[in-house]
Design a protein around this ligand. Structure first.
Ligand SMILES: [Zn+2]
Length: 467
């Protein structure tokens, strides 16, 4: 570090029918390197195409589409019972652990190894140890799987708060938690919220107030928020407080009890539904458009949170910032196409702001990716076999676009009445900045950890945990 940034910071490079740009070569380690990782939870290629059709039309281009480099990422998951055996469909905990720590683990684990429950070392911890800035921004609870995997270590993602460390769920044992070993009284680090409160992350923004406004383990008067304040965190609870934030010190901003409300919903709260068959005839659902979700009114946008984080992290020093649009996934689980589209819109607006930052700070590497693929598929709005009364299985939505056409979107990973599963396809990676053009066309998700380490000039952990 310490060399001057190369002149001629950006070069425009023509491509077929579009305008894109690559960052000009920057002499290595010329200025303090900065790393921004943007994750669209569940943002597979179906989600991107659906959102593009709705947001900018068939002929349009999202900001995402203009990033100059692109790769494809294989997700990896191991079986908890026998970590030698792969699973082909991941969850957000193990995929975020892959990106944050470069370690493949089992579904549901937060920064710990499959089977052996050893803590991994995350990019945030390595960056903080090097004196770099660190930030996490999400539209989920900050204790949810993706952000948690960058800061915490616990054997189950559900252990978000002191009260959630050991729970039962008679109706669905998969949603019970047992993190006894991680209780502070057993020598562990406590819940995800308590680990965030005790952390050195400079700025943490998202939802999840309910996980912080409960008594910390073993305390009779002090909440997790109190512990965070004692650890130097300024507590922010409203968009107005976020906008008025002065630079300096650590910040914990929580803007919703749990997941933050999403920006859009289907008109009249419409969502996908099962196709009815009456007297053997398929009755397709009515097409609908999208409308603002009134519950979003009190939320800061993802873009405004990401902007606040960049202001706090400053222009001069190295940092790593993870920004997540979490509810592309959550809305797809719930078969709500307009919710997905609105949250991808939030991500795309954030990418635009981040690219502007990166153009002004050419020592910045920007990676935009998804953690895993999701259920929603873009299919014909009327089956080619409609004359034979064929229709989509599962749940089906017909979304009317702003250019007057209709998208058919189906959800059919399971026959549950409540929510969909993930799917297991490779996910996209878009890149901008120094070294982006070196990224191979096909990588593994753990390679994202290596790309971030390499860009920041950090050494890999000396004793990488193995399953
Ligand atoms: Zn999910």
């Amino acid at each position: 570090m310490g060399k001057t940034v190369a002149a001629g910071l950006l070069l425009s490079i023509a491509c077929h029918g579009c305008t894109t740009e690559r960052a000009a070569p920057v002499s290595s380690r010329s200025a303090a390197p900065k790393m921004i990782l943007i994750i669209g939870d569940g943002m597979d290629q179906h989600q991107i195409t659906i959102a593009r059709n709705y947001l900018v039309g068939y002929e349009g281009r999202l900001t995402l589409d203009t990033l100059p480099e692109r790769s494809s990422v294989q997700t990896q998951t191991l079986a908890e019972e026998d970590p030698r055996v792969p699973e082909y469909v991941p969850d957000s905990a193990n995929t975020a652990t892959s990106m944050a720590s470069g370690v493949v683990t089992s579904a549901g684990r937060i920064g710990t190894t499959a089977g052996t429950d050893r803590d991994t070392l995350s990019i945030m911890e390595l960056a903080a140890a090097a004196g770099f800035g660190t930030g996490i921004v999400t539209t989920s609870s900050v204790t949810d799987a993706t952000p948690a995997s960058f800061v915490a270590h616990v054997n189950q993602r559900l252990c978000e708060s002191p009260r959630a460390m050991v729970t039962s769920n008679p109706t669905n044992p998969a949603f019970a938690s047992d993190c006894s070993k991680d209780l502070k009284s057993n020598g562990g680090k406590g819940s995800i919220a308590e680990q965030i409160a005790a952390s050195s992350i400079d700025i943490v923004l998202g939802g999840g107030v309910r996980n912080f406004d409960q008594l910390a383990e073993g305390e009779t008067t002090r909440t997790v928020s109190d512990l965070a304040a004692e650890n130097g965190y300024r507590l922010v609870r409203t968009p107005a407080e976020l906008a008025a934030l002065t630079v300096g010190g650590k910040v914990l901003g929580l803007f919703a009890p749990g997941t933050m409300s999403v920006q859009w919903r289907g008109a009249g709260d419409a969502r996908a539904e099962e196709v009815a068959h009456v007297d053997g005839r398929a009755i397709y659902p009515e097409a609908f458009g999208c409308e603002p979700n009134p519950d979003f009114a009190m939320m800061p946008t993802l873009e405004s949170m990401a902007r606040a984080a960049l202001v706090q992290l400053g222009d001069g020093d190295s940092f790593v910032l993870m920004i997540e649009s979490a509810s592309i996934d959550k809305q797809s689980h719930l078969r709500r196409p307009c919710g997905q589209i609105g949250e991808l819109k939030q991500l795309d607006e954030t990418v635009k702001m981040v690219l502007d930052y990166a153009r002004a700070h050419p020592e910045t590497l920007v990676l935009v990716t998804a953690d895993h693929s999701q259920a929603a598929q873009l299919i014909p709005e009327t089956s080619v076999l409609a004359a034979l009364n064929a229709a989509s299985p599962g749940h089906f939505a017909r979304v009317r676009t702003l250019e007057g056409a209709v998208m058919g979107i189906n959800y059919a990973t399971n026959d549950s009445s409540s929510q969909e599963d993930h799917s297991g396809a490779d996910v996209p990676l878009f890149a901008y900045g120094p070294g982006a053009e070196e990224i191979p066309a096909q990588i593994r998700q753990t390679d994202i950890f290596g790309l971030m380490l390499g860009h920041l000039g950090l050494a890999p952990p000396t004793s990488a945990p193995t399953p």
